[in-house]
Design a protein around this ligand. Structure first.
Ligand SMILES: C[S@@+](CC[C@H](N)C(=O)[O-])C[C@H]1O[C@@H](n2cnc3c(N)ncnc32)[C@H](O)[C@@H]1O
Length: 357
């Protein structure tokens, strides 16, 4: 093919290099998924330098597979290798993101989330041709377990400590025994953190996905919270009871919703007088040119593989994960909220908005 006169050879070379890196990273992501799924990173964490045989003994896994897997980890510089002793070590700096489930920077769960997204890619590709989407019920259950692990660090480390203090009227209300509802609660981790922090409050979590509500109930039991403190129910939150809750939250729900305007209108009606709604959405711009970053790359991809597509499957708005502040503000105004404010909180993944009736 003839090259146009303005063809930039250096740009072509740079792109080829980038593409090669991306191909390598894509294949390697399956190795990180396996390391997380089989607990290999956790066994290596703090164990010091290990031979393949020692790692096989500690994990109970096949030595031959581990040798190949370790090769990929050394090539990716996730794991250090000493050729003299033929020992492999997970460096201390890599333990938190790969092996420490309690760390605010734990990221290995993202790979658990990636795999179920990839399994539906052929169906999503078909929807490009036919329109429509892929229904939430067609995704493997593994996705919802992964979602819980992906978002839990935010709720564990930021929600009570950094986000709610930006809403002093909410803290006062919940300390005094008010009621809180998490709309689209998924497996309930955010609602559980609120119930734990405010023993006087009555906390509710609703989601229309029954599998997630089952997980939420199990998580509440595991946290030792009885039904007087927290209650999870399967419900479509576009039909909430009026004037019932002092505080309502959504965490990454509005951009997925089939009918976001109906959802926000229902939330506004469900607030008691003086109540507050906190919308947590993805920290992205509504403008594609502002999202040229690794975060933007991940967002649009995850949105195509799940967020937008599950909404379109039901003839929904399909807002997509990068709906941004402009869309959030527009929805709030159309739903009749009189107050909309972006909270002054800096978080790489989350943008938080305060809405009042
Ligand atoms: C991306 S997930 C987020 C789950 C959870 N908030 C979290 O942070 O892990 C979005 C959730 O919103 C729920 N959802 C969407 N529209 C809903 C509606 N109208 N009523 C109830 N739940 C809804 C979905 O079923 C899904 O569990």
């Amino acid at each position: 093919m003839a090259q146009p006169a303005e063809f930039d050879k250096e740009k072509a070379q740079r792109f080829l290099k980038q593409l090669m890196k991306d191909v390598a990273a894509s294949f390697h992501s399956a190795m990180t998924y396996i390391g997380d799924r089989l607990g290999i990173f956790k066994v290596m964490a703090g164990a010091g330098p290990l031979t393949v045989a020692e790692l096989a003994e500690r994990t109970g896994l096949q030595e031959r597979y581990l040798r190949e897997w370790l090769g990929s980890m050394v090539a990716a510089q996730y794991v250090d290798y000493d050729p003299k002793s033929q020992r492999y070590r997970l460096p201390p700096e890599h333990i938190a993101p790969l092996a420490d489930e309690d760390s605010p920077v734990f990221l290995a769960s993202m790979f658990a989330g990636l795999m179920p997204h990839l399994t539906v890619a052929p169906k999503v590709a078909e929807a490009f041709r036919t329109g429509g989407g892929v229904a939430q019920s067609e995704y493997p259950q593994e996705l919802f377990a992964a979602m819980e692990r992906m978002t839990a660090p935010m709720y564990k480390h930021f929600l009570i400590q950094h986000w709610l203090p930006a809403l002093p009227q909410v803290v006062a209300k919940l300390q005094g025994g008010g009621s809180a509802l998490d709309v689209g609660c998924g497996s309930g981790m955010a609602a559980i953190k609120i119930a734990e922090a405010f023993p006087q409050a009555r906390v509710f979590g609703f989601d229309r996905h029954s599998g997630s509500i089952e997980r939420a109930r199990a998580n509440a039991r595991a946290a030792g919270l009885g039904e007087t403190r927290i209650r999870f129910d399967v419900a479509d939150c576009t039909q909430l009871p009026h004037s019932t809750f002092d505080f309502i939250t959504t965490f990454e729900v509005v951009h997925d919703a089939v009918d976001p305007l109906a959802l926000l209108t229902s939330i506004r009606n469900a607030l008691r007088p003086g109540g507050t709604y906190m919308m947590a959405e993805v920290n992205a711009s509504s403008r594609v040119e502002d999202n040229i970053s690794p975060m933007g790359r991940m967002l649009y991809s995850a949105s195509t593989l799940y967020c937008m597509t599950t909404s379109l499957a039901e003839g929904g708005a399909g807002l997509g994960a990068a709906m941004g502040e402009a869309k959030a503000r527009e929805l709030a105004e159309t739903a009749g909220f009189s107050h909309f404010r972006r909270l002054p909180i800096d978080h790489p993944f989350a943008a938080l908005y305060e809405l009042r009736g």
